[in-house]
Every structure is written in structure tokens, then in C-alpha cells.
Design a protein around this ligand. Structure first.
Ligand code: PLP
Length: 378
């Protein structure tokens, strides 16, 4: 089954009980048992719910793994994955990971004895250099947020395998439409489904796919024990969103290419970060491991003042955190998504005060370019 077909026919495409073409919202917490322990696959909705299960089957198919799991947010998913480890264990992570991932590792999980080191994983030797005797996993986000650095997943997996580590990939920016980390050897892939998978700025959710029965058992145990599940209504909204993921990603990417061309040639823009640019340092890796470059662009307008002017003047780019929705969004990472990263560290990473990030939506690209042109004119 090709990808566009899989978005529509993957998972459980209709209700096995009624034939309903859209899986119903099973708004239910508990299930009748015929006799003690004798039930039809569901006993309690934290453990399992048919609507959530249909979504979990769908994301499993899209990522090509063994089992899928749906959580109440991307952060709940990431936290549950980290709960696979024990006090005293160590994880190597990408340095410009999502701000919330940095925060949960350094302010919450550290208190439970899970230690972390952040390195530029786009340089594979840095991963190798950060591995300690107690390291249990390499956690990669690719492309990253907001600098769109790309890590060679296959090469990271090779390092991981050599040291007996799990490789975990945050695939939020690429989506399963462009990139399938499990096919590159990763053990666990996760999404903030709040972004492209939902796609309409109306759901907060996290999805995980694992590539072994053992990991499936362990992660279900954590999910059921800690309870960070996704509800049936949000599971349904996500399935609805995913049906158009292919179309949205194609359109977003074609809009994005036009906007990148415009920004690269604009005198007020000093730097454009986009993996699709041949000048991007990881362009070749991006081309090899993903079939598209996505809809996120970061660019530097030189100063906080200029960034503020741009934010105030754009009409069609909504000033908001988040990304991956039908509407174009604009943000300044240093003061928004990455504000929880200390200023010195932001400087080190290149997240300057003039850095602007846009998530390109599905508006007419001529309107989007005109809007940026007006806003950037002094
Ligand atoms: C938003 C985001 C997260 C966190 O997901 P939530 O759904 O907001 O909890 C994790 N990783 C990336 C790359 C994100 O963009």
C-alpha cells in the first residue's frame, strides 16, 4: 500500500461492529464482562479503548513498526518513553531538542536519577563521545527546532547498536509521510501529534511506535501504570486529521519552497535555515533519509527590534507557539518556545534574538509572500 492510500486505509479503516466508515468515538470508561475476566478485548479505557486502538493501529502502520501508543500530549509520550529507564541510567540527546524535552530531562527526570547529556547529534562523533558506561539510549530530534539541523538516523543507529543502546527519534517535523525512522533502524519513534498529524490546531496529543514486542509490552505497562492516555474524542480528531496528512504535507512543502526562495533573496534576511537548501550543511543527509524537507523555516532578521516589527506587521502569519497546522504561524524561539533554555545556552546554539521561525500553512502562497514582503519592508 502506498503512503497516500495508507493514510486513508491504514489501521482499522472502519468499525468492525457496524461497518461505519469512520471509526466511532467510543466514549466509554468500562466494559461489561460476561464472567470474571471474560471480556471482548477491552476491560477499562485507561488500559485500552477501541477509538484509541484504531488510532494506535494507524500510526503503527504509517511508521512501519510493531505497536503504536497514543498519549495525552507529546510530552506525556516522551516522559513515558523515559520511564523505560531506571534511576542511574543516562541518555544522550540532540542539543537543540524541543524546549519541553530539555526541561523534562533537566528539571524533572534528573530528580528521579535519569541523567542526560546534550550534544550536536548532526555530528555523529559527538554521540560516540558522550556515551558513558550507564548510557541506555540515544534520543534524536531531526530536523530540529528551530535550527533545522538534521541527524543521520542510520549512522546514529549504528553507533547505538555498537553500544547496545536504544535509538529514539522525535519525528514530529517530518511526519511519517516524509520520514520513517524505524525503516532506518530506530527502535522507537515519537510524535507531538499536536502538530502536523492533527494539523488543525485543535488537539494536543502524542504518538509513539515501537519496533519490538518487548518494547511494546514495556511501554504499554508504563502507559497503563502512569495513565497519560489520549481520550476517545481526541483520538478520533487525530484520525480525521491524518486522512489528509499527505495532501497537507505536499501543499505545505510546495508553499515552503517558494517562501524559502523569497527569503534567501531578501536583503533584510541574513540567514535562512531550511534543509531543502543546497547550502544547508546537512542537505545531503536530509535528501537521503527523508522524501521531503517539510514546512518549517527559520531565518535571521538581525535584531529583536526587526523581529518585533515583522511580527506586528504580518497579517496571515499568526503569532503563536506550535506548528504544523493549516494556518501559517510565526514565532520568535528565543522568547517563546525556547525561553526555558538559559540565554547563554541559546547563544551557544545560535538561537539569536533576531531568529524568526515560521510554520508554513495552506493559504495561497502569493498572499503569504506578499505579506512577508510588506512586513519586511522598512
Ligand atoms: C511540540 C513538540 C513536542 C511536545 O509536544 P506537545 O504535544 O506539545 O506536548 C515535542 N517535540 C517536538 C519536536 C515538538 O514540536
Amino acid at each position: 500500500m502506498r503512503k497516500k492510500t495508507q493514510m486513508i486505509h491504514g489501521g482499522i479503516p472502519n468499525d468492525p461492529h457496524t461497518g461505519a466508515v469512520s471509526v466511532p468515538i467510543y466514549q466509554v470508561s468500562t466494559y461489561k464482562q460476561e464472567s470474571v475476566g471474560n471480556f471482548k478485548g477491552y476491560e477499562y479505557s485507561r488500559t485500552g479503548n477501541p477509538t484509541r486502538f484504531a488510532l494506535e493501529e494507524l500510526i503503527k502502520d504509517l511508521e512501519g513498526g510493531k505497536k503504536g501508543f497514543a498519549f495525552g500530549s507529546g510530552m506525556a509520550a516522551i516522559t513515558a518513553i523515559m520511564m523505560l529507564f531506571n534511576s542511574g541510567d543516562h541518555v544522550v540527546l540532540t542539543d537543540d531538542v524541543y524546549g519541553g524535552t530539555y526541561r523534562v530531562m533537566t528539571k524533572v527526570l534528573n530528580r528521579l536519577g535519569i541523567d542526560s547529556t546534550f550534544v550536536d547529534t548532526s555530528d555523529i562523533s559527538k554521540i560516540e563521545g558522550a556515551i558513558k558506561p550507564n548510557t541506555k539510549a540515544v534520543y534524536i530530534e531531526t530536523p530540529t527546532n528551530p535550527l533545522l539541523k538534521v541527524t543521520d538516523v542510520k549512522a546514529a543507529v549504528e553507533v547505538g547498536k555498537k553500544h547496545n543502546l536504544l535509538t529514539i527519534v522525535d519525528n514530529t517535523f517530518s511526519t511519517p509521510y516524509w520520514q520513517n525512522p524505524i525503516s532506518l533502524g530506530a527502535d522507537i519513534v515519537l510524535h507531538s501529534a499536536t502538530k502536523y498529524l492533527g494539523g488543525h490546531s485543535d488537539v494536543v496529543a502524542g504518538l509513539v511506535v515501537v519496533n519490538s514486542d518487548e518494547l511494546a509490552q514495556d511501554l504499554h505497562f508504563v502507559l497503563n501504570s502512569t495513565g497519560g492516555i489520549l481520550g476517545p474524542q481526541d483520538s478520533w480528531l487525530l484520525m480525521r486529521g491524518i486522512k489528509t496528512l499527505a495532501l497537507r504535507m505536499e501543499e505545505t512543502e510546495s508553499n515552503t519552497k517558494r517562501i524559502v526562495d523569497f527569503l534567501v533573496n531578501h536583503p533584510s534576511v541574513s540567514k535562512v535555515y531550511y534543509p531543502g537548501l543546497e547550502s544547508h550543511p546537512n542537505h545531503e543527509v536530509a535528501k537521503r533519509q527523508a522524501s521531503g524537507f517539510g514546512g518549517m523555516i527559520s531565518f535571521d532578521v538581525g535584531s529583536e527590534e526587526m523581529a518585533d516589527k515583522l511580527l506586528a506587521k504580518t497579517k496571515y502569519f499568526t503569532l503563536a507557539e506550535s506548528l504544523g497546522a493549516v494556518e501559517s504561524l510565526i514565532s520568535v524561539p528565543a522568547r517563546m518556545t525556547h525561553a526555558s533554555i538559559p540565554p547563554e545556552r541559546r547563544q551557544e546554539l545560535g538561537i539569536t534574538d533576531g531568529l524568526v521561525r515560521i510554520s508554513v500553512g495552506l493559504e495561497d502562497v502569493e498572499d503569504l509572500i506578499e505579506d512577508l514582503e510588506n512586513a519586511l519592508s522598512i
